[in-house]
Design a protein around this ligand. Structure first.
Ligand code: NAD
Length: 463
């Protein structure tokens, strides 16, 4: 039986992949597998459609600053280990650089560059006054203990302390980092900055614990934003959330919050995969229980089976799942598929396996260009990452505003303001799609670039 689709297949893209003249001018290699090239190419496609001046395309094609640092950390066994860290500052025409810090064993400069571009586009799309940045440390946070993690965190911020600041560049959590690490970042910066105004230095990091100046609602913000966007867009595609079947890759911060919040709107999460395995429950998981299981065991594998790996019981109330293969996970029939793990997971092959109507990119850059072409050709809509996952940086902005004013908001206000930004960003994207007759990713970039283009045209290029 043919797999269900909701949109007419999109014709071949108007512009071939990696054909911009900008690459020659900047002497960039055209490697189609490189995440940075994949990311910037989608931006340049939108820039060409929008007829953004050529000099702005050149400026946006490379980050302003690429900072790479190496620092030693004494490990618990007494030996020293040398760590590599990055901070890439892509663009600050709209405001201070802003972006998360990732701790991951597979982290390369081009990945960080790509993620910094997405931040520039995301902040512009949701109209918050920040530019784009990203950072990270090449390390496996699961393989080192808490004290070592604290020393890595503090040494990283020490190494980049002159390049960040409350009005210069503001880090936040990403994969492998959390509110505790943000607390160590903030404390290190406050101790190193020498500023008399320690309170104001709090604004240097967002995603802090609530007791240390963090915002209510920041923890769930990215998942909340995903749900705000799908609630705004999917019903107009004939897909109400009530009764919708959903699958997710990744059950960390973004995946687990998306799952819990979308379940509250009446959807059923029927399949989940993470680095420990894939599980399925046709009745829909109890997503709160699954969150507890992941917190206790580190992953979704073995949910509801106890430590003795007995066969699952009680699947009807969602308190367990059967283990399935990766291929079965992708082929599970759902309405909505939410990648919420890492980049480049949905390639052409996986796109062919998927049996869904819409992909909502909760992760950054989870779909390769070839994967996206395959999805669009099958009439599967792709809601792009810069729209879907902009909720995190939006509430980070609210945290920064609250720190600046020392006036703290209740959760209701955070949620309301977040929803306003997300709904307007979704409408801007849909409007650009109608105006330029393009896919949603290109439309989201156009909507972001319109704002950046306007500001550049007013400011001009110094001197
Ligand atoms: P996290 O570290 O909390 O969770 C990552 C998840 O990915 C985990 O469930 C892990 O098991 C899973 N994963 C890792 N490798 C995998 C693999 N090979 N196969 C299947 N699953 C795998 O990270 P997070 O904060 O939830 O971020 C997830 C994505 O969302 C990233 O792309 C991140 O950049 C993006 N994002 C995060 C935020 C935020 O506020 N945390 C904001 C915007 C975008």
């Amino acid at each position: 039986m043919a797999k269900a689709t909701i949109a007419p297949p999109v014709e071949e893209p108007k512009r071939e992949f990696l054909t911009s003249k900008v690459y020659d001018e900047l002497g960039m290699d055209r490697d189609p597998h490189n995440l940075y090239l994949q990311t910037i190419d989608a931006v340049l496609t939108a820039a060409e459609i929008l007829e953004l001046p050529h000099h702005l395309q050149l400026i946006l094609a490379q980050p302003k600053n690429e900072i790479m640092v190496h620092f030693p950390v004494r490990m618990n066994d007494g030996n020293f280990q040398l760590f590599k860290g990055y901070r890439v500052q892509h663009n600050n025409v709209l405001g201070p650089y802003k972006g998360g810090v990732r701790f991951h064993s597979e982290l390369h400069l081009d990945d960080v560059k790509a993620l910094s571009v997405l931040m520039t586009m995301k902040c512009s799309l949701v109209r918050i006054p920040f530019g784009g940045a990203k950072g990270g440390v090449k390390c496996d946070p699961r393989a080192i203990d808490r004290d070592e993690l604290m020393r890595v965190s503090r040494r990283f911020i020490t190494a980049i302390n002159k390049q960040i600041g409350p009005d210069l560049d503001i880090p936040a959590p990403d994969v492998g980092t959390n509110a505790q690490i943000m607390a160590w970042f903030t404390d290190t910066y406050q101790n190193m900055s020498g500023s008399a105004n320690k309170q104001d230095a709090l604004r240097v990091v967002t995603g802090k614990p609530v007791d240390m100046g963090g915002s209510l609602g920041r923890d769930k913000a990215t998942g909340q934003g995903v749900v705000d966007v799908v609630t705004e867009i999917l019903p107009s595609m004939g897909l109400p959330l009530e009764g919708m079947r959903v699958s997710l890759i990744g059950y960390g911060n973004v995946g687990s919050w998306t799952a819990r919040l979308i379940t509250e709107r009446g959807a059923k999460v029927v399949a989940v995969m993470d680095h420990t395995g894939a599980i399925h429950n046709d009745h829909g998981f109890d997503t709160a229980l699954l969150t507890e299981h992941v917190a206790a065991t580190g992953g979704v594998a073995g949910f509801g089976k106890g430590e003795s790996s007995e066969p699952s019981v009680g699947s009807g109330n969602g308190s367990s799942g059967e283990s399935i293969s990766e291929r079965d996970f992708y082929e599970t029939p759902v309405d909505l598929f939410v990648p919420a793990a890492l980049e480049q997971m949905i390639d052409e092959e996986k796109a062919g396996w998927l049996d869904c109507k819409v992909v909502a990119e909760a992760a950054n850059a989870p779909t390769t260009p070839a994967g996206e072409r395959a999805l669009l050709a099958r009439g599967i809509e792709v809601l792009p990452a810069i729209l879907c996952n902009a909720g995190g940086v939006t509430v980070s902005y609210f945290e920064w505003v609250q720190n600046k004013s020392s006036l703290y908001w209740d959760l209701e206000k955070v949620d309301q303001e977040l929803k306003k930004h997300m709904v307007l960003a979704a409408r801007r994207t849909q409007l650009a799609r109608h105006r330029y007759d393009c896919d949603l990713r290109t439309a989201a970039y156009i909507a972001a670039l319109e704002q950046i283009g306007r500001v550049y045209s007013m400011r001009g290029i110094f001197p």
